[in-house]
Ligand binder design. Sequence first.
Ligand SMILES: NC(=O)c1ccc[n+]([C@@H]2O[C@H](COP(=O)([O-])OP(=O)(O)OC[C@H]3O[C@@H](n4cnc5c(N)ncnc54)[C@H](OP(=O)(O)O)[C@@H]3O)[C@@H](O)[C@H]2O)c1
Length: 249
Amino acid sequence: MLNASSILITGAAGGIGTALAKAYAAPGVHLFLGDIEAERLGSLASQCRSLEAQTWSTVVDVTNRKAMATWITQSHQIRPLDLIIALAGISRGTFSREETPEETRAVFAVNLDGMLNTVEPAIPLFRQRGRGQIALMSSLAGCRGFPVAPSYCATKAAIRVYGEGLRARLLRENILVSVINPGFVKSPMTDANPYPMPFRLSAERAARIIKNKLAKGKARICFPGPLAAGAFLLSLVPPSWIDRFIKLK
Ligand SMILES: NC(=O)c1ccc[n+]([C@@H]2O[C@H](COP(=O)([O-])OP(=O)(O)OC[C@H]3O[C@@H](n4cnc5c(N)ncnc54)[C@H](OP(=O)(O)O)[C@@H]3O)[C@@H](O)[C@H]2O)c1
């Protein structure tokens, strides 16, 4: 079992990030929490401190490459990082309103550039240390494109594939990469969805699953099982069979 005690999380003040930070918060643990939402981040940091974790919170936008490199390097100097969780992500567009071109670009920027801005500064630090773990937040929504959020699905597919390649590239250097693929998790992101969300888990339950599987160094963390199986099958079926069921009415 990997026992991460120095952990950096992006998008920490969101639904899953908050639950994850609290799941890790304990005496002897060092948490570096980043988000763009100052108020929620400050409140989360106080909660983690009350759980006796040494906690630093930083308002930082994952799309700001320079600021991200500075934050990650400075955090590593305070306490060498064991685990980096690239969690920040956004989705735009609904059934009734297509995402605008600006929103499409924002989704790509936060989800993909933001992930790269998190991972790239960490790799040389982990190489120097001779170990480390990187967790990338993908989604079961990355199994194929869905009309309500094409850019979101595309970024999550890219994160999964990038993470698989990165894992195989870094394994020999004792740097583990895990890709997290949840189904629906209760959070402000999914609270906005007007459609049914089968097997939706609480953020706390999702955080427990993620923490447990990351400690085992799993390559892919897919949950809940039935939805993960459905997503896998969907990715195998020819698009023309599926389109008639998922197309917008
Ligand atoms: N919830 C699900 O069902 C589900 C399923 C699969 C995967 N995921 C993924 O899990 C991650 C967390 O999702 P969540 O449900 O916890 O969403 P969430 O509650 O919306 O949390 C995301 C957090 O990231 C912050 N953020 C947005 N843009 C940022 C930026 N440029 N730099 C730094 N932080 C930024 C958000 O701030 P604001 O609130 O101000 O935007 C929010 O605090 C995302 O990558 C999401 O795609 C979620």
